[in-house]
Every structure is written in structure tokens, then in C-alpha cells.
Design a protein around this ligand. Structure first.
Ligand code: FES
Length: 359
């Protein structure tokens, strides 16, 4: 049963008071020192610590089967974030589970192409067999069932994944057999991709650690046989017909350095503007509608730079100065930019640039 939005249990997990979540079950194993050590190992991979949050959440799921209150607290502590910030990320992505997941996660694509080929019928049949609905776990703890949006395998529709491994071109009978085998503890080979392990194993892989006991087992998983026929069929047809994609154009090669000064773009001589400026003027003049005119004006080389692109110290980009990342203990409120008074009232300015455009 889900905790009610706004309940202490819900807030404990996410730090948000409007997200339905489930408190930790009594038998949930605690996160070990090993988990914390591995979390720090993940953090060390990134130049900015908070970038490690996504794989850290997978790490938590590899230990506890979902993003538990303890896991949220660990991520927040290690990254210097608030629990609300960790919860906001964990509740945004569907791969982060808010309640304990079964041994296997079975995802049934019910998006357009799979749906018209029987995806919803598969979902309904599995739901009846397991006695659960979307995002619920069978009473024996074997399977969590979910419907999924397009799994990016439409050429194999209808598609079911187990722990994110593909079981292609399913129908009601084959999907029911698959789930029955999983409940018996078997691990049928996926139609392509690595051999099946389990939900916690794949979560460990997603955290950036091998889920296999040794290098030989990991290599065997990568080289697992698969049926790629539907994907290769188009390629084969093109080869039979002698069709080819046009060659990719790379960037123009840099001219050889002759030691002479480089030629620069010169005004065309008619208006005193460069050819690029003249072409942009022509696009603005030819625009039919106000929206087209605004678009052409915005892409004009003389258009003022959009707000927010230049950093206060004059550099370009969107990065945040060290120690000022949102949510860190070093965060300070942004200083208000200086205001200037125009003829029709105050207008905001951004340091190093003229007044922004009025709306
Ligand atoms: S619609 Fe199911 S994989 Fe794309």
C-alpha cells in the first residue's frame, strides 16, 4: 500500500510532501559500509560531485531494490544535497522505484505500435496471472509488473523486457510462459542482449559496477547470441537494391597554415555589412508573419545575446561557479543585477551587456 501524499512516510523518503511512496519494509537489509564506499567511488568519477546522483540511486536499488529512505539520506549526505533534492530526481525518472521491487521487473510496452500488435492484451493477461496492476509486485515477491512507454524496439513489437533485457515479438501465450518460468526461478534467455540476471544485478551494472563474478562471465554476457533479423532486414534490402545513405559531411578542414595572415570576411561593398548580415537582413525582410520575423531577428548576427548565456565573469556557458551549486551548503542567494532607469520605467541589465529587450 502506498503512503498517502503528505504523510510522514512519504516525506521521509523524498523530502517532498506530495509524493506517494512506501516506507521501508521491516526486513529490508540496511545499506552497508561497502555501499557507502562504492558511492564514494562513483562520486570520484565525476568532476562535480552531484553528477554522481543518478548512478548512486541505481547503487541504492542494487542493495535494497528501490530508492529507500535510507538510500535517499545516504545520497544526500555524500553529495551535500538536501533529501528534497535527491527525492526530486528519484521521483522524476521511472527507472527509480518508490517501493520495493520483486526479484524481476517485467515491463510491457503498451505504446502505440506494441499496443496495436497486442501489447495491452499482454499487459492485461500478466496482470490477471500475477494478481497485480501497474507498478505492483506479486505476493510471492517474484515479479514487479509495469507498463512501459516505447522501449525503442518498435521493429520487434510487441516487446516485453525483464530487468531491461529484451524479449521480442511476444504474444499473450509466450509472455505468460515467460513470466511463469521466471516465477519458477528459471532465467529464459532474452532474444538479444546479455543473459538475464535479476533486478538488483542489473541495477549494479547501471551503477557502473560489474554484476558478474569474474571477467570471463562478463565477457560471455557481452557476446551473448541474439536475433537481430528485424533490424538487419532494412540493411539487407538496401544492399540488394544498391541503395546507400549519402556520405556524412564532416566539418570543413582547416586551411593549411601558410604563415600569411588569414583572410577575413569583408563587407560586400553594397551596404557596408558582411554577406552574412545582408542575408540575415533579407530573411527578416522576407518574413511573412510576426512569428517568422521574430525568429529571423533572433538568429540575426547582430541580435543581442539571449539572457543567461554569459556568466558574470565574462565567460560563456551555463556552469555554476564552484561552491555555488544549488542546494549545496555553500549556496548563496544570487545577487540581484543592477537596474537602470529608462524613459518608460526601470529595466534590468546583465553585467557586461546592454539592457535586455523589453517584452
Ligand atoms: S512502441 Fe513498443 S517498442 Fe516502440
Amino acid at each position: 500500500m502506498s503512503a498517502l501524499p503528505g504523510s510522514p512516510e512519504a516525506t521521509a523518503v523524498t523530502g517532498l510532501d506530495s509524493t506517494p511512496v512506501e516506507p521501508a519494509p521491516l526486513d529490508l537489509p540496511p545499506l552497508t559500509e561497502q555501499a557507502r564506499t562504492e558511492a564514494r567511488e562513483i562520486i570520484a568519477r565525476y568532476p562535480v560531485a552531484r553528477s554522481a546522483l543518478l548512478p548512486m540511486l541505481h547503487l541504492v536499488q542494487s542493495y535494497q531494490g528501490y530508492v529507500s529512505p535510507e538510500g535517499v539520506a545516504l545520497c544526500a549526505e555524500e553529495l551535500g544535497l538536501t533529501k528534497a533534492e535527491v527525492g526530486a530526481v528519484a521521483t522524476f525518472y521511472t527507472m527509480y522505484k518508490r517501493r520495493p521491487t520483486g526479484r524481476h521487473l517485467v515491463s510491457v510496452c503498451t505504446n502505440t505500435l506494441c499496443a496495436v500488435l497486442g501489447g495491452q492484451r499482454i499487459m492485461d493477461a500478466l496482470s490477471a496471472d500475477l494478481g497485480v496492476h501497474h507498478d505492483e509486485t506479486a505476493a510471492d515477491g517474484s515479479i514487479t509488473l509495469e507498463h512501459a512507454e516505447c522501449l525503442a524496439a518498435c521493429d520487434y513489437a510487441p516487446v516485453v523486457t525483464v530487468d531491461y533485457e529484451f524479449y521480442d515479438q511476444q504474444d499473450v501465450d509466450s509472455a505468460r510462459e515467460l513470466v511463469a518460468a521466471l516465477r519458477r526461478g528459471e532465467k529464459p534467455l532474452p532474444t538479444r542482449g546479455a543473459p538475464l540476471t535479476d533486478f538488483r544485478g542489473i541495477e549494479r551494472q547501471l551503477a557502473g559496477f560489474s554484476q558478474y563474478p569474474d571477467a570471463a562471465a562478463a565477457a560471455a554476457a557481452v557476446d551473448a547470441p541474439g536475433n537481430y533479423e528485424p533490424t538487419l532486414r532494412g540493411l539487407r534490402l538496401a544492399a540488394e537494391r544498391g541503395e546507400q545513405a549519402p556520405p556524412m559531411r564532416g566539418p570543413e578542414p582547416e586551411p593549411a597554415d601558410t604563415g600569411e595572415p588569414r583572410e577575413t570576411v569583408r563587407p560586400s561593398g553594397t551596404t557596408g555589412e558582411t554577406p552574412g548580415q545582408e542575408a540575415a537582413d533579407a530573411r527578416v525582410a522576407a518574413a511573412d508573419s510576426p512569428a517568422e520575423k521574430a525568429g529571423a531577428a533572433a538568429s540575426h548576427p547582430d541580435a543581442p545575446e539571449p539572457a543567461g548565456r554569459r556568466l558574470p565573469d565574462g565567460r560563456e556557458g551555463t556552469d555554476t561557479p564552484a561552491g555555488h551549486e544549488p542546494g549545496t551548503s555553500e549556496q548563496r542567494p544570487a545577487e540581484a543585477p543592477p537596474a537602470t532607469q529608462g524613459p518608460d520605467g526601470p529595466s534590468r541589465t546583465i553585467e557586461g551587456r546592454g539592457p535586455s529587450r523589453r517584452r
